[in-house]
Each structure stands twice: as structure tokens, then as C-alpha cells.
Write a protein that binds this ligand. Structure first.
Ligand SMILES: Nc1ncnc2c1ncn2[C@@H]1O[C@H](COP(=O)(O)OP(=O)(O)OP(=O)(O)O)[C@@H](O)[C@H]1O
Length: 341
């Protein structure tokens, strides 16, 4: 089922929290709402689930408006960060909760619980109490309980944030697998950009109640539409320059461009710069080198400011230079983005 959000505005205690949100989520798509704490991700997820009153705009599943429907009639199910399981009940009782409401016969219910436990890799755990399970196992139960309601749209609010890194990856893989197998449309809230890039078909990057960019992970990372998006998605360098006569010209790099004349900043990720000792023009002084396992982070100082460069550690070692010495740089301009000043 597809989900369309059109010009959605939401106020909480008379303050406008969501400002004119527009998103189209295709059937079977996995999207992430990504952004810093307080930008409105959970508010948007709750609005989709029908847990908050909306002031303006429309939310549609396929061609039907759900804006004024009660949460239980929307076909959406939300899994919260704190899971909201019933700790004294068994796994089976937790998972079959939505089926009890629908008065599904006991035998069918048991069979379905068994199936769902298999799906989330917790076969045989029916009679275990929630309080006797680990954090990762509880996450799986919460997921199975959500799936038991046969959702058209699965909404996940930072579902893995309380887990350690290994479990996070495992759960992310599981959700991604279920999403494929069950052709679920999934909207996940996260503030973890790596997680978002890994699991999502598209990412809606939010800031202060607005969507700054809604795009595929590669585009959000390599083709940010604004400095705000570029800065959120990873470390960046900005090189000041001008476009004149069809060329971007700066102290560090110059190349042809179709952009209009004016002052620009060239955004370059640290991995798009390499160092050289062959050039005659060695005008970048190595200020600091940080060893980070397979990579080395090198901080350079030059007349216009500083640049950060990431090299494979073995490539750095091959250069044979050390802190305080001068090097030249090469910038892969195809990986750079020009922002007008
Ligand atoms: N019940 C409420 N009443 C008033 N303001 C609220 C309420 N709930 C949240 N807010 C405010 O709305 C804004 C968005 O909150 P929201 O929880 O949607 O952000 P978020 O992006 O999900 O943040 P986080 O990553 O920290 O969970 C914040 O400024 C928050 O303080």
C-alpha cells in the first residue's frame, strides 16, 4: 500500500511542530525519517498512525484519505522505542493481543503466533514471560506483535536504539528481510545516518519540522541539495571560490562548470581528496594525523583555511611524509558540489 502525505501541518500545545510536510511513499518501499533530536520525526510517525490531531493537510493510503480515521482503522501499526510489551504476560499473549480483539479462534491464533515466532527467529518461545527475555528478544516479540495485526504500513520509532551494535545490525537485517518477503511498506524513525543509509530505499532528512531533502541514500550523501543536508550526512570540507567565464576557480582547485557567475563554496567529502608529494606546488601543511585503523585522518592547513582528508592507512604510509611537512592535493571534482554563497 502506498502512503501519501500532503501539506501536513501539526501543532502541539499551539506550537507548529510539523510545517507543510509532503512525502510519497510507494508500495513496498522502506523509508527512513532521519534528523537530529527534536526535529519532528516521532510527531510525523504518530500523525501517520493517527495518534495526534493534525491541523492542515491530508494523509492517504492508496487513494483513501485516512486523516480522520481512528488509529485502529488505518491499517498502520507502530512499534515504539520502549516497545510497550506487557511484561507479566507470555510471548504468546503479547503477540496474540490484536487477534484477541478481532476474536480470532484459538487454534488459528496459536498457529499464527507460531508462524510469526518463526519469522522473527524465536521459535518455541510461546510460553516465556517478557520479563525473562533479553533486550534483543523483546524487540523481536514487539515486531511479531506488530506483524500479527497484518499492517498495511509498518511504522518503527527508533526500534533498535537500545540494542548494542551487533544486535542492531542483526535486527536491521531482519526487518529488511521481512520487508522484502512480506512486501511491507515501512516508515522508520532514526537519528543514525549509517543505519538509515543501509536499510532505506529513500531517506527524508528533517530539520525543525520540515523535510529538507527526500531522496535515495546515495543522492542524499553525494548530492545534497543544501549545506544543512551535506553537514548532517557526514564530515565535509568547504572551499571558497568564484565561478567566472564558465570555470569554478579557487586556490585549491579549478574546473569547468555550467553554474552562473558568483561566489560559491565547493563541498568535498574528505574521501574525495588525495595527497601527493610529486607536485611542485606543495602548499598544504600537515597539521595533524589521526590513525583510525584502516584509515588515517589528515588535517591540512593552507592559506584559505583547513581541509580534512581521509586516506587508506597504507596509502598514507606510502607518501612518506610527516606532521609539519608540505604536500600537494588532488580533488576529484566530480564528487564535489557547488553551493552558491
Ligand atoms: N506533547 C508535546 N507537547 C508539546 N511539544 C511537544 C510534545 N511532544 C514533542 N514536542 C516537541 O515537538 C518537537 C518534535 O518532537 P519529536 O518527538 O517529534 O522529535 P524527534 O525528532 O522524534 O526527536 P527524538 O529524536 O529526540 O525522539 C520537539 O521540539 C518537542 O519538544
Amino acid at each position: 500500500m502506498s502512503l501519501t502525505i500532503k501539506e501536513l501541518c501539526v501543532d502541539l500545545q499551539k506550537i507548529r511542530i510539523l510545517k507543510n510536510i509532503n512525502l510519497e511513499i510507494r508500495t513496498g518501499e522502506f523509508i527512513s525519517l532521519l534528523g537530529a533530536s527534536g526535529c519532528g520525526k516521532t510527531t510525523l510517525l504518530k500523525s501517520i498512525a493517527g495518534l495526534l490531531e493534525t491541523q492542515e493537510g491530508d494523509i492517504r493510503i492508496d487513494d483513501t484519505s485516512i486523516t480522520n480515521l481512528a488509529p485502529e482503522k488505518r491499517g498502520t501499526v507502530i512499534v515504539f522505542q520502549d516497545l510497550r510489551l506487557f511484561p507479566h504476560m507470555t510471548v504468546e499473549q503479547n503477540i496474540s493481543f490484536s487477534m484477541d480483539l478481532k476474536k480470532i479462534p484459538k487454534k488459528d491464533k496459536q498457529a499464527r503466533v507460531g508462524e510469526l515466532l518463526k519469522v522473527v527467529q524465536l521459535e518455541g518461545f510461546e510460553k516465556r514471560k517478557i520479563q525473562e527475555m533479553s533486550g534483543g528478544q523483546r524487540q523481536r516479540v514487539a515486531l511479531a506483535r506488530a506483524l500479527a495485526a497484518d499492517p498495511k504500513i509498518l511504522l518503527l520509532d527508533e526500534p533498535f536504539s537500545s540494542l548494542d551494535e551487533n544486535l542492531r545490525c542483526e535486527m536491521a537485517d531482519l526487518v529488511r528481510k521481512l520487508h522484502h518477503e512480506m512486501e511491507l511498506t515501512v516508515v522508520m524513525v532514526t537519528h543514525d545516518k549509517e543505519e538509515a543509509m543501509k536499510v532505506s530505499d529513500r531517506i527524508a532528512l528533517m530539520k525543525a519540522g520540515e523535510v529538507l531533502q527526500y531522496d535515495k541514500p546515495e543522492r542524499i550523501f553525494y548530492h545534497p541539495e543544501s549545506r544543512a543536508v551535506a553537514d548532517y550526512m557526514g564530515q565535509t570540507n568547504y572551499i571558497l571560490g568564484k565561478v567566472e567565464n564558465g570555470r569554478f576557480v579557487s586556490r585549491a582547485v579549478s574546473f569547468e562548470t555550467q553554474k552562473a557567475e558568483g561566489e560559491y563554496e565547493l563541498m568535498v567529502r574528505p574521501s574525495a581528496i588525495t595527497l601527493t608529494v610529486d607536485e611542485t606546488e606543495r602548499m598544504y601543511q600537515i597539521e595533524e594525523v589521526m590513525f583510525e585503523g584502516e584509515t588515517a585522518e589528515i588535517l591540512l592547513k593552507y592559506a584559505d583555511g583547513k581541509l580534512t582528508v581521509w586516506l587508506l592507512h597504507r596509502d598514507w604510509m606510502k607518501l612518506g611524509v610527516k606532521t609539519g611537512e608540505l604536500v600537494g592535493i588532488k580533488i576529484d571534482e566530480r564528487q564535489g558540489i557547488l553551493f552558491q554563497k
